[in-house]
Design a protein around this ligand. Structure first.
Ligand SMILES: Nc1ncnc2c1ncn2[C@@H]1O[C@H](COP(=O)(O)OP(=O)(O)OP(=O)(O)O)[C@@H](O)[C@H]1O
Ligand SMILES: [Mg+2]
Length: 778
């Protein structure tokens, strides 16, 4: 084969050959090479001495000693551009690929290979068709993408830039291939491809694959980075948290869960509750600490484990013992004690009480709360008290749902929690002061708690699991019955506390209040003597109440002052409380007792009234004056009282006419006045008093001053039953009245009246107005 030219360089027929390890030389590019092996060095020297042309062929393996068979047959004829001799005898050279060529034959093997070769020209290398052009652009584009995505690629930006300018397909193919970091096989394969189009197609595929790999790599890197970032952050926070917890002394979570688990199994819960508790505990265990919900859950679980699901105090009902305890704690109240003992007897007989709830009704300070405590003592049960006064929200009774911030169980469950047992005596204080408004009706929730039919499964919104209240002995207290919602009142067995007479108060003070106060003040029994007369003065002049709370307060005030004096003077002498000392300690008398009228008068009658704080005495005055026959009422009278005044007037006119009084009442205005105007008065029980006053006025007959009365009157003069007899009589007795006129039907109430009152006073029972007038008028 003849010599040929490439780029005007004459290529000789025989060429020295250098075997390339791990590199493929491509035409139209310059690459650096290290020439090291002796054969290669020989070939290089030979070429350098001649025309600098060498045939570079890649070897199929990476052996140092290669034979012909280890070489591919297609290679590239290259021209040495520069040589740099290194001290160890090897050289660094830059080679420019000129053209592809194929080995025809080996002409020498030693000292280096010599071959004859023929050039392999790119087919249709000069005429670029459209498809090629498109592919070329695509490949260049892909190459640029690869160069951008490969952070450490040794693809120089200049090459990418340059490639855009290139028109030569072969050069592009070469540049892309050598810069792609392809396997030797792949590079060789491209080198051997004759048609540019095929080479471009191949590159297109290879680039596509490369791009995919790079994309995946990028994602993995990103993900890894993210993962590492997150892990680091978590690690950091956890470390911080640990140190904070350590600082705060928070126990280890695991410990907490285990502790709660122990508590749950120790709490002796019903199955259902146990299941719920374990479920919530699981939830808590899975929660990251310091999740706000975790603290709610903890509180909830604390409630669950602390409630006495099955804890009870052992009850003993010994009626004798119970009676003794009741008597030890309270003076009098015989009827009350009797009712309580009956109640207990029934309970003992039945085992579990499913009857009505006791409701103690009476004025303040009459011992309702304290007798509740005695009931608990008598039964050997725990006592809890919950005040319902002013309660308007159903959630107060039944709790808030757990979703509320700061939610808690209602008062009932709280009370049980405080008691620590499921069978306490549970006092619902001031049940008459429960209100209804938009927040729901608390009495409905109370009903459920109190109703023996349903309270074995009382549902509290917070707990979410029913609690069994059927072992609880509920006792309610109230000052008045009227304001208790009817449905609730229906469930209650009312026991009335009517209030105490002066004599009873004296006993209570002497036997209960004073000894208790002595103890409270650290006084010895004989360090002070309080004569009965002085005690009576305290009761009469310094208190006005149905109960004994104020009395207790006044006595405490006296004892405080005595104690101070004893401590200051450190004298051992007994202090005798006389009226001077009393005046000094308590000041002037606060109350001058309502007393009976001092003389018989026309048109003035003493009536008896009832208030939530006990009975009261008031006088009714009537007068007439020229006018138009109007009825004028003053003194804060309620509607019912006004109506009964009308009825009284009608009756009195008829009665006067019957007695032959010839007067034209239609020309007189009648004025009825009930003094102590600040107090609102209502009810029909002033009927007899008003009628008597009017009849006295019309007949001009005076009313006896020592007489008082209470009773409702019909238009035809029938006297009807009224309430609050004991309180009224006690008030009359305090006022020094001697005769009380009562409706006949109230005779039954006389059992309640203390003996000394019955001794001091005379009682007249009236069936009609005539009976009243007969006794009252002079
Ligand atoms: N019969 C009694 N014997 C001995 N002490 C009594 C008697 N009645 C009341 N007391 C004493 O009077 C004080 C007041 O009684 P308590 O607090 O029980 O009144 P209450 O009826 O509950 O009043 P309120 O309606 O205002 O709640 C207590 O210290 C109580 O021990
Ligand atoms: Mg009370």
């Amino acid at each position: 084969m003849a010599n040929f030219r490439v780029n005007n360089i004459l290529i000789p027929q025989e060429l020295p050959l250098i075997a390339l390890k791990n590199t493929v030389l491509f035409p139209r590019v310059v690459i650096p090479l290290i020439v090291q092996r002796s054969k290669s060095v020989g070939a290089l020297d030979h070429a350098m001495a001649k025309d600098r042309l060498i045939f570079f062929v890649t070897q199929k393996n990476i052996e140092d000693n290669v034979s012909e068979r280890d070489l591919f047959t297609t290679g590239t004829i290259g021209r040495i551009v520069s040589v740099f001799k290194l001290p160890d005898g090897s050289s660094k050279v830059d080679v420019e690929g000129l053209t592809r060529a194929k080995i025809i034959s080996f002409t020498a093997k030693e000292p280096f290979f010599k071959v004859t070769a023929e050039p392999v020209l790119m087919k249709n290398g000069n005429e670029i068709n459209l498809e090629e052009k498109a592919l070329m652009r695509l490949v260049v584009d892909q190459f640029r993408s690869v160069s951008e995505m490969k952070p450490f690629a040794n693809i120089l930006p200049e090459i990418v830039y340059m490639m855009n300018q290139l028109k030569d397909v072969e050069q592009i193919i070469s540049l892309v291939t050598i810069n792609l970091n392809l396997e030797i096989q792949d590079q060789q394969h491209i080198l051997e491809t004759d048609r540019a189009l095929d080479a471009l197609k191949r590159l297109n595929i290879l680039l596509g694959r490369e791009l995919e790999i790079l994309e995946a790599e990028k994602n993995v890197a990103k993900e890894t980075k993210k993962q590492i970032g997150k892990m680091q952050k978590e690690l950091f926070l956890r470390e911080q948290l640990k140190s904070i917890e350590k600082e705060l002394g928070v126990e280890d979570d695991r410990d907490e869960i285990n502790m709660l688990k122990d508590k749950i199994s120790a709490a002796d819960m019903p199955k259902e509750v146990h299941g719920k508790a374990m479920k919530e505990l699981n939830r808590l265990g899975k929660m990251p600490p310091f999740n706000p919900e975790a603290s709610y859950l903890r509180t909830y679980l604390d409630w669950l484990v602390e409630l006495p699901w099955s804890k009870k105090t052992k009850e003993k009902i010994d009626l004798k013992e119970a009676e003794k305890i009741l008597n030890d704690d309270h003076y009098g109240l015989d009827r009350v004690k009797e009712r309580i003992l009956e109640y207990l007897a029934v309970q003992k007989q039945v085992g579990k009480m499913k009857g009505p709830i006791l409701c103690l009704v009476g004025p303040p300070g009459t011992g309702k709360t304290s007798i509740g405590q005695s009931i608990a003592r008598a039964l050997g049960r725990k006592f809890v008290r919950v005040s319902l006064g002013g309660l308007r929200d159903e959630a107060e009774i039944r709790g808030h749902r757990r979703t509320y911030v700061g939610a808690l169980p209602g008062r009932i469950v709280q009370g049980i929690h405080n008691a620590g047992v499921k069978n306490p005596v549970f006092m619902l204080d001031e049940i008459d002061k429960v209100g209804i408004d938009f927040r729901g009706d608390p009495s409905a929730a109370l009903l459920e708690a109190l109703d023996p039919q349903q309270n074995h499964a009382f549902s509290d919104h917070y707990l979410e699991i029913p609690f069994d209240l059927s072992d609880v002995l509920f006792v309610a207290t109230a000052n008045i019955l009227d304001t208790i919602p009817p449905a609730l009142r229906d469930r209650l067995e009312v026991i009335e506390f009517p209030g105490y007479s002066e004599d009873e108060k004296l006993h209570i003070a002497r036997d209960f209040l004073i000894p208790k106060l002595y103890k409270d003040h650290g006084l010895k029994k004989n360090s002070i003597s309080i004569p009965n007369s002085v005690l009576a003065d305290v009761i009469r002049k310094h208190t006005r109440e149905a109960g004994v709370r104020d009395l207790e307060r006044q006595l405490a005030s006296i004892l405080r002052k005595v104690t101070r004096k004893l401590v200051e003077t450190s004298s051992k002498r007994q202090v005798v409380l006389n009226s001077d000392l009393l005046h000094k300690y308590l000041g002037p008398a606060r109350f001058s007792h309502q007393v009976a009228e001092t003389q018989d008068e026309v048109g003035v009658v003493t009536g008896l009234g009832w208030t939530p704080v006990g009975g009261e005495v008031f006088s009714i005055e009537v007068s007439k004056m020229p006018g138009k026959g109007r009825l004028i009422l003053t003194g804060q009278l309620g509607a019912v009282m006004k109506e009964s005044a009308q009825a009284a007037l009608s009756f009195a006119r008829a009665r006067a006419a019957k007695s032959g009084v010839k007067e034209d009442f239609n020309r007189d205005d009648i004025h009825i006045h009930v003094p102590s105007g600040a107090i609102k008065k209502d009810g029909p029980s002033a009927g007899t008093a008003m009628t008597t006053a009017l009849v006295s006025l019309f007949l001009k007959k005076p009313v006896k001053k020592e007489v008082c009365m209470t009773g409702e009157v019909t238009l035809r003069g029938k006297v009807l039953e009224i309430g609050g007899v004991k309180e009224k009589i006690l008030a009359a007795h305090r006022a020094g009245l001697k005769v009380a006129i009562l409706p006949l039907e109230n005779k039954k109430d006389m059992d309640d009246i203390p003996k000394e009152v019955r001794r001091d006073m005379k009682f007249v029972f009236a069936k009609t107005m005539e009976d009243v007038l007969k006794t009252a008028l002079r």
